[in-house]
Design a binder for this molecule. Structure first.
Ligand code: MG
Length: 382
């Protein structure tokens, strides 16, 4: 009799789904996992990593200390995983792979969200630049040091392929197998495509919610955005007179439902039309996981609204300016005197000083970056 430990659960898998039979495996050979699939093992390794725990104190839009109710990168990643799993299951894809990619997709993010990333990229320009997607891969391939036999988490090719959402051609050429698709202009697995759009659904909706909660956005302004107005109307039809947080939630949950349903429906049609017989067919096909044209347009309108009204709001801009200064100051202080780095990073700096500094700064949480800046620059005693 086969013991439970050697037989991970099986499910009705689409032929184009990722699976144990068509995985390109891990960089370092390991015994197969017991009682869970290879992709479940990837997910578990991600959850236990240091970089994953740090997501709790990294900014999405609002800096961590601005309030306890706003999304952080950790809660964002959990929402991406939740949405991704729903879509993956509906499409009969490997839910565990989608979940692993979703939970890992932001591991390489700097403190202070996109501002931090742009500032670090500017600092790193003379040294090969800084891309947060590439850094997420670097975290799971190199920077996590937990295992006796290898650096990194030794994840499967499929999880690594999904984490590397974008990559410049220059960098792709240095990455071996996982960089090849950017050179050949191919797609990743459907599971990765799902995680990618689940990311978009999650941030558009939670940024609406956080934007309203913070008072930077108003219901009146959002009423000019078709997808929001349509769902708020539906909520009010069902609950006349509803207002405040309940109205926001009833609207946002309807938007998420529409997006997930639309994504599932359109992707089902695309998969049926192209009928990929394997994951390699998927890699050669055009993107198959997609919204319908109408919903895509509505999503883009919402995105543009958020760009202008939230991400460029003067209160967000003030925090961004501060964040840019902190990241830039830290980088240059370490570059001009690498002896200021903690010993572990000093050792790494011997090979490539700028890259070791970028790794150190990118790994910081928002509050750690504030603290480190104070330690290095404050005139008064800290
Ligand atoms: Mg994200």
């Amino acid at each position: 009799m086969k013991s439970w430990a050697s037989s991970p659960p099986v499910f009705d898998r689409a032929p184009c789904a990722a699976g144990p039979a068509n995985s390109r495996g891990r960089r370092y050979r390991e015994a197969p996992p017991r009682g869970r699939s290879e992709f479940q093992r990837d997910r578990d390794r991600i959850i236990h990593s240091t970089a994953f725990r740090r997501l709790e104190y990294k900014t999405q839009v609002f800096v961590n200390h601005e309030g306890d109710l706003f999304r952080t990168r950790l809660t964002h990643s959990l929402e991406v995983a939740q949405i991704g799993r729903s879509v993956a299951r509906n499409l009969r894809l490997d839910e565990d792979l989608t979940e692993a990619i979703a939970l890992a997709h932001d591991l390489g993010h700097t403190p202070f969200g996109h501002t931090g990333q742009d500032a670090l990229n500017a600092c790193m320009k003379p040294f090969g630049g800084f891309e947060h997607n590439l850094q997420s891969l670097r975290v799971v391939d190199v920077l996590e040091r937990r295992y006796g036999a290898f650096d990194g988490l030794n994840l499967t090719f499929e999880t690594r392929e999904g984490i590397l959402k974008h990559c410049s051609l220059k960098n792709a050429r240095t990455l071996g197998e996982v960089g090849e698709r950017f050179i050949r202009k191919q797609r990743p697995s459907l599971e990765a495509q799902v995680a990618n759009l689940a990311d978009e659904i999650a941030y558009n909706n939670h940024d609406v919610d956080d934007g309203l909660r913070s008072g930077l956005l108003t219901l009146e302004a959002l009423s000019g955005v078709t997808i929001f107005a349509r769902h708020m109307k539906a909520a009010l039809r069902e609950f006349p007179g509803l207002n405040g947080r309940r109205l926001v939630h009833e609207t946002v949950r309807r938007m998420i439902d529409t997006l997930v349903t639309d994504l599932t429906g359109q992707s089902t049609m695309n998969i049926r039309t192209h009928a990929p017989a394997s994951i390699d067919d998927v890699r050669r096909a055009p993107p198959l996981v997609a919204f319908s044209e109408k919903v895509l347009r509505e999503q883009q309108d919402l995105k543009q609204f958020l760009q202008i009204n939230l991400y460029q709001h003067y209160r967000v801009a003030r925090m961004s300016a501060k964040a840019r200064r902190i990241v830039t100051d830290l980088f240059h202080a370490f570059l001009s005197d690498p002896r200021l780095l903690p010993p572990e990073f000093q050792a790494r700096a011997a090979d490539d000083t700028a890259r070791a500094i970028a790794d150190y700064v990118a790994g910081m949480t928002d509050r750690y970056a504030f603290l480190e800046h104070r330690r290095l620059f404050a005139i008064e005693e800290t």
